[in-house]
Ligand binder design. Structure first.
Ligand code: SIN
Length: 291
């Protein structure tokens, strides 16, 4: 994924163009409102695996069209916190600072730390499709870090060391670490905690489409290394978190309304910047593909 796309290519009228050296390809020539053929789906899976994110501009999809497009790539997850779903559309997770009649319309402060969606589940998400509905003029970008590059640029000794290890991922970790002071993100309920017990995943995963190895730890949800006390594991994790978010591994997206980004949770992590005026509306719809 560090390499540029060979050339613009894909199938039929569809084109993919690399958008940064770190990761990402913009897809053009595709009508997202019509059903896709299996060749197109396969080609998009391939470009996604190679580039980590796909950018679609001017999508103008309704929630039903967003769901239908996403379903070409797999089953959709329903988020453990039902309150953040679009009314009547449980598959659409709303990320929003917008309030109506004093009630937030979605998850506020969501993803304002590096993470891979649902890495805290036994079967983490394969990918997510985030559609921009409203965006402040300044700020509110999302950053994406290439975890193939993160892995490839570690020393051989470190790659060998972590290659045999697993890490513990826990949704509560984000609440304890990033949300503890935020009244709009109260702690998980007992029921939500019961649905998201800590899970273990290898620290290095092999991407099923590209066969490449990617680092699979993130500061949002990874809270330890299996078999190590905290005073040993935390410095190793901190080193990997710092390394994996080096500036040259990152693509930073400045959103326009109707942009949609499909990212691959198996080989990129992402971070929603909180650098905007919170009295200005930022409103996004996300579908999340099961692993
Ligand atoms: C998320 O982590 O899914 C939210 C990303 C964003 O709002 O930019």
């Amino acid at each position: 994924m560090g390499e540029a796309l060979k050339k613009e290519f894909l199938t039929g009228s569809i084109r993919a163009r690399r958008i940064s050296t770190a990761c990402g390809a913009e897809i053009t020539g595709l009508d997202l409102k019509r059903p896709l053929g299996s060749t197109e789906v396969e080609a998009l899976h391939h470009v996604l695996g190679e580039n980590g994110i796909l950018l679609f501009r001017n999508t103008d999809l309704s929630p039903d069209e967003h769901i239908a497009f996403s379903r070409h790539f797999g089953e959709l997850e329903v988020h453990v916190i039902g309150d953040f779903a679009l009314p009547g559309k449980p598959e659409v997770f709303v990320v929003s600072n917008v309030k109506e009649e004093g009630k937030l319309k979605g998850a506020v402060y969501a993803g304002q730390y590096w993470h891979s969606d649902l890495s805290y589940m036994k079967k983490p998400s394969m990918g997510s499709l985030l559609l921009c509905r409203e965006m402040p003029e300044i700020g509110g970008d999302t950053m994406f870090a290439n975890m193939y590059l993160a892995y490839d640029t570690l020393s051989e000794s470190m790659r060998n060391f972590i290659g045999g290890l697993s890490a513990v991922h826990d949704y509560s970790h984000a609440y304890d670490t990033y949300f503890a002071h935020l009244k709009e993100r109260p702690p998980l309920t007992t029921g939500q905690r019961a649905k998201t017990p800590p899970v273990e995943h290898p620290m290095v995963r092999v991407h099923p489409v590209t066969g490449r190895k990617a680092l699979y730890v993130n500061p949002g949800f990874t809270k330890g290394i299996v078999g190590m006390p905290r005073d040993e594991s935390q410095p190793i994790l901190d080193l990997l978190f710092r390394h994996s978010t080096r500036a040259e591994f990152i693509y930073r997206h400045k959103w326009q309304v109707n942009d949609m980004i499909f990212w691959d949770n198996r080989c990129v992590t992402h971070y929603a910047l909180s650098d905007y005026d919170f009295s200005v509306r930022r409103h996004m719809h996300r579908t999340t593909l099961a692993g």
